[in-house]
Design a protein around this ligand. Sequence first.
Ligand SMILES: Nc1ncnc2c1ncn2[C@@H]1O[C@H](COP(=O)(O)OP(=O)(O)OP(=O)(O)O)[C@@H](O)[C@H]1O
Length: 620
Amino acid sequence: MAAPALARRVAGGPLWTVPLALGIVLILVPYFNLEYSIVRQLQLAMILSLLVSGLNLSLGFAGELALGQVAMYAAGAYTAGLLSVHGHTDIALQLVAAGLAALLVGVLTGIPGLRLGSWSLAMTSFFLVLLLPDVIAIFKEDTGGRNGLSGILSPTLFGRMLTPEDYFMVIAIVTVAWFAVMRNIAVSRHGTALRVLKQSPVLAASMGINVFRMKLMAYALGAVPAGLAGALFASLDLYISPEAFGFTVATTILAASVLGGSASVYGAVFGAFILQFGLNQSTDFQKYSLVVTGAFLIVGGVLLTGGLSGLARALWRRVLAEDPTAAPADRAATAGDEVPAVPGKVLKVEGVAKAFGGNQALKGVDLTATPGRVTALIGPNGSGKTTLLNMICGFYRTDAGVIALDDRQLQRMGPDRVARTGVARTFQTPNIPEGITVREAVMAGRYAGHRATVLEAVLRLPRYRKVRRGDLLEADRVLDLVGIRHLENAEATALPLGQRRLLEVARCLISNPGVLLLDETASGLDEDEVERLAEVIRRVRDAGGTVVLVEHNFQLVLSLADEIVALAHGELMAKGTPEEIQNNERVMSEYLGIDPDAPSAPHVVLADVLDDAVAEGADR
Ligand SMILES: Nc1ncnc2c1ncn2[C@@H]1O[C@H](COP(=O)(O)OP(=O)(O)OP(=O)(O)O)[C@@H](O)[C@H]1O
């Protein structure tokens, strides 16, 4: 069988069986009679893998530069160590307690850092590492201070003393189990939501995701494997001291994460094993471990985008003869004739004002958008269109005025609550997360509206499976509606601009929005793509959707809009049907730059443009 054909057959099967098989081999290592030094390195490499996977969750998946893994590692180790010193030697009990202690440290340190923003988290978590020896010294009565905690007893499990071989198996089983958990999170809707967050917190909030809660969840979840690693480490040498939780370990974790590929599940294992075995190749390496770690960090960060796992993925694609940048051959939109109803709501903006310092961007603007109609918002650059959109979405607070969707006032809500109330938007530059398929990117639009907990996702419980089935079915529906279902397995960021814009519309539609805000969706598209987009907007409007279109393409506006609202200098310049707007002198002079009194060519050209556009609009 040719290599690509064999690879395709393997790829078609459940891929998780490969790491599972490797995990089983690892669990059985005690039966292979390996040298003690190799067995020890394997144990330390598994412990490091756990630490790295925790960092991958917050750094690689959620995009938060958090360096506090070591503090959570120490919390786990000292919790387990102290339990043991006081006679509680059961390793299962120690693992649970250590996981919880690390979770607590993660939550307590994550809250201030995450509230302040990404660099603040890096700084607070970094200081945590520096402070650690002092904190341990403060409690030296219990922890042994800088001398370390001795007197840790050999671990037991359910009353039975563990041999070194048994203990190896415990470490391997915990590691394999954690990676199964991590894998289930990564391929679940929570994993996709984390990638959305990493791409852009603004995008995440506009999809109804509570950004702070999501970041905290990733950071706190990442603490759990660090706590487990700590407990496993404490019973390995039956001695722990502050030196084991220093800056060198923090750098090693970071280097292993970057080298293995921080946005991957199994990259943590690659990175950890290479670092662990690499650093212990010679005593020189150990002596200059910071320098060697730095070298690994540079190799991973500069030479390998996506780390070794990124490289492995690229090679795998090559074997499969796939080109990730080549989306499947484009087909014409094949949307079915029947479009399910879109439950549009009435959007009312009344007397909305906003100033940025001395710049009055909006001065008492009114706008009403109703179901089954397209309301276009036009105006010269700087007239306040995007500001109004951002205020409707909750990104800016109003200085005055009311914004309501049906009867619910939005002007005091944050962007994620506004989105959950039913406001969906696209962006001037399509905002699409990396590393996910078109289908996943669209399904992410349902994340906030249809909930299933992380635990339900990890254990694949019935509620999770039901929500997931709904995600898949609805994704089919909206991808059909916008005509890109044939691209569902393509990498979302690899699509050309026109299809990325359609993807954004699909992502909005899957949330069944009360109002759909389209921000310059046609910009940068060629004529065919604009026509395709216009067709999609008509279909949404005809299905009962409320559409607000912010657009510079005047011809498109005239062909699509039922009502046009024109702004100038943050104020209402004109409002009316396309016919009324095209005859409005202020719109002509201030927006289109045409002198309505001049009996010259521009007027005639404009009339031609408008005639064409209006004729097109009448066809619908
Ligand atoms: N975050 C901000 N801080 C300060 N000033 C801002 C901010 N956002 C917008 N403005 C100002 O508010 C005014 C309206 O800008 P806005 O971007 O809403 O206009 P627009 O009609 O969307 O323009 P364009 O068509 O170029 O996108 C401009 O004077 C702009 O400089």
